[in-house]
Design a protein around this ligand. Structure first.
Ligand code: FBP
Ligand code: MG
Ligand code: MG
Length: 295
């Protein structure tokens, strides 16, 4: 069901949440338009020790300014800055966590990237149990926005900064088709390699180097995306508060599931804003199978 009267995620969002979503959508053309001139690395590193591109910093600054200006938003946190920034007016009940540019190393090779956001109802860091809305913009051949509010996931096409409803009820297809797993194969723990051996018998490989682009394939076709624990990095690479929990929330709204290997990503309690976690996201049966295999 689509059309203006459809029951979609943005229609379910309360005033401040809807303003956050609209600000992210309005920022998308600016982020996209600023990419071509910002492909070079700067001198800075983010708190995860990764070199920042000029585009990472640009997207972060735009989002910080626009999200903190919203009535009802008390805090902004991002992968690109060490601490939470609080609004001048701290009355707001919402705290927004962003990965301003997900997959930014794809800028060099001109492949897809995204912007991830999670709206939490308590100061950060907090677990995914406190997320009240989450979504992402995908800068692909077209700009789309996926959004979950409660148990409803919807997809929008962003035209001139406005989210136009495309699919009111996004649900993972019953027969999964694709998988994509990060990390070098020799660095995968044996139990994860066993899981891969079973999954690759059934599904097609899709790995593009930007979590959001790969997640969007999973949402479209069904399947599983993971950046797992590695022998060299037991917590994996990706971050819980900015990447794992928001997308775990979206997957749940779309009828899928998430896991750090043992439990839902929404149940993991962060002790650090920038903490990493092994991420597994997708069709419920495939996530349950993962947890059985890693048990
Ligand atoms: O290059 P690798 O090791 O495959 O890592 C790719 C992963 O790293 C990321 O690019 C990390 O996100 P950022 O670009 O936001 O730091 C993910 O989007 C992607 O899934
Ligand atoms: Mg990212
Ligand atoms: Mg990023």
């Amino acid at each position: 069901m689509s059309g203006p009267d459809a029951d979609h995620a943005l229609a379910r969002a309360d005033g401040a949440i809807a303003r956050v979503v609209r600000a992210v959508a309005r920022t998308a053309p600016d982020v996209r338009g600023g990419l071509a001139d910002r492909r070079m690395y700067g001198t800075g590193e983010n708190p995860s020790g990764e070199q920042q591109l000029a585009a990472d910093v640009y997207a972060d600054e735009l989002l910080e300014e626009r999200l903190l200006a919203i009535d009802g938003v008390a805090g902004y946190a991002s992968e690109e800055r060490p601490e939470v920034v609080t609004a001048a007016d701290t009355d707001g009940g919402y705290h927004v966590a962003c990965d301003p540019l997900d997959g930014s190393s794809n800028l060099k090779s001109n492949n897809a990237m995204g912007t991830i956001f999670g709206v939490y109802d308590t100061p950060l860091p907090a677990s995914g149990a406190h997320i009240v809305a989450a979504g992402y913009v995908l800068y692909g051949p077209i700009t789309t926005l996926a959004l979950a509010v409660g148990d409803r996931a919807s997809e929008y096409v962003v035209r001139d900064g406005e989210p136009e409803l495309d699919t009111a009820d996004v649900t993972l297809p019953a027969d999964p088709v694709v998988y994509g797993f990060g990390g070098r194969v020799p660095d995968w723990p044996d139990d994860f390699a066993d899981y891969v051996a079973s999954v690759e018998q059934e599904l097609k490989l899709r790995y593009g180097g930007a979590m959001i682009a790969d997640v969007n394939q999973v949402l479209t076709y069904g399947g599983v995306f993971a950046y797992p624990a590695l022998e060299s990095a037991p917590e994996g690479k990706l971050r819980l508060v900015f990447e794992g929990a928001p997308i775990g929330y979206l997957m749940a709204a779309a009828g899928g599931a998430s896991s750090d290997g043992a439990r839902s990503l929404l149940e993991v309690e962060p002790t650090d804003l920038h903490q990493r976690a092994p991420l597994h996201l997708g069709s419920t049966e495939l996530i349950e199978r993962l947890e059985r295999t890693l048990d």
